[in-house]
Design a protein around this ligand. Structure first.
Ligand SMILES: [Zn+2]
Length: 405
């Protein structure tokens, strides 16, 4: 086993003790700060006191898959190739970015595995499983734990003494942590990644009974990992904000409708938050792509930019450069909305009635702040850090990153 492994321009030290990074999906810093203030999470408090606790930033757009991939590759979307869950193919059809063939960079875990380090990934939602498994990383999901074999077991779920909860259950995330701990013991895992789901955070703000229940159980499981000798890093893929108007209704700008009103008829709006799990956000987030021919582009930019709640309309080139996105997988325009606004296509295609409660979502700059909690005390760079730095900070690295990320 070598003592350092290169991945995407950084040489990561191989783990000297069992090391786990957990992506607490949709964990706005406010959830942790509120829990710490009320003494709800003593083991997180212990990590904050004796380890490291800072606010970091997510990648933009602040969606789940781009950020999970940035966490495991240590690099921004321009390097790993996934700016969202969908992009518009050359034939004009939307392509779901869930196939590992779309990845343009190896994960740190894949590089560690190739160097002989036992690695494991566990995800709550199955949509991430094949992406995290790329490069030979053993990976299971809570969603399919009753079917997936691993570690000599016919079903991953056999490692845990309770059946897997449903993907919309409050404790689907906790089951991922339970699976991670049980399977890691069987596989003698040295580097573990566990990705949770943001079902609770989409449903409830900090301080609500459901959120408290989620955090108390998360804290117990963090204690289980710490007591078993794991070095632990907790980070989030994005924050979360209420996206409702003063009357409680979803605060949506329907861009296809608005563009038609402005006389732009050949535009195609892509919502990169769209995935199979729409019950908690109805495919409404605070960032989207607009594909529009050069003739209508200025008019589209002006029409969208004048809408209340729209903060930025970037050209493809601006977005690729400033947000570090792959230019061929975003739109001619990239639109970012404010803290309490989401972007949709047309009122007719979004099933708002599918929402379980008041709309809470993410995707823009206002959900970019994420907590970073490490069991180890490390020096955080003066300019701050992003969630893509969590393995650099927890494992240690030998070379400075090759660019600003
Ligand atoms: Zn997420």
């Amino acid at each position: 086993m070598s003592s350092a492994v290169e991945a995407n321009g950084t040489r990561y030290l191989t783990p000297s003790a069992r090391t786990a990074v957990v992506c607490v999906d949709g964990c706005d810093p406010a959830y942790i700060e509120d829990a710490l203030r009320r003494g709800l999470t003593p083991r997180l408090a212990e990590m904050a006191a004796s380890g490291t606790h800072v606010t970091a930033r997510s990648q933009l757009p602040s969606f789940t898959n781009p950020n999970n991939l940035s966490i495991v590759t240590g690099a921004p979307p321009v390097v790993h190739g996934l700016p969202g869950n969908h992009y518009l193919g050359e034939d004009g059809r939307e392509v779901q970015l869930d196939d590992p063939a779309f990845l343009r960079a190896p994960s740190i875990h894949a590089r560690m595995a190739a160097a002989g380090v036992p690695v494991l990934a566990v995800t709550s939602k199955d949509k991430l499983r094949r992406l995290l498994a790329a490069g030979g990383v053993p990976c299971v999901s809570v969603e399919h734990a009753a079917q997936l074999p691993i570690a000599g077991l016919a079903r991953a779920a056999d490692a845990v003494d309770r059946p897997p909860p449903g993907i919309y259950d409050w404790d689907a995330s906790h089951y991922a942590l339970e699976l991670g701990l049980a399977l890691a013991a069987r596989l003698d895992t040295a580097l573990l990644y566990v990705s949770l789901t943001d079902c609770v955070q989409h449903a409830e703000p900090p301080g609500s009974p459901l959120s408290d229940r989620f955090l108390v159980r998360l804290d117990e499981l963090v204690g289980d990992y710490l007591d078993a000798g794991w070095r632990l890093g907790l980070v989030a893929d994005h924050g979360m904000n209420r996206k409702t108007a003063s009357d409680g209704a979803p605060n949506v700008r329907y861009l296809t409708d608005e563009l038609q009103r402005a006389g732009v008829r050949d535009a195609h709006v892509v919502l990169p938050i769209t995935d199979p799990y729409v019950a908690h956000h109805a495919a409404l987030g605070s960032a989207c792509w607009v594909h529009v021919g050069s003739d209508g582009r200025d008019r589209a930019r002006e029409a969208i930019g004048s809408l209340p709640g729209v903060e930025e309309v970037l050209t493809r080139e601006q977005a690729a450069r400033h947000l570090e996105l792959p230019a061929d997988r975003i739109g001619d325009l990239v639109v970012l909305a404010d803290a309490h606004t989401v972007l949709g296509r047309s009122a007719a295609v979004h099933d708002i009635s599918s929402l379980h409660g008041p709309l809470r979502s993410h995707g823009g700059r206002h959900e970019q702040a994420v907590p970073l909690l490490l069991s180890e005390r490390v020096a955080v760079p003066a300019g701050g850090c992003s969630n893509a730095d969590v393995h650099r900070l927890l494992l240690g690295c030998r070379a400075a990153p090759s660019s600003s990320w």
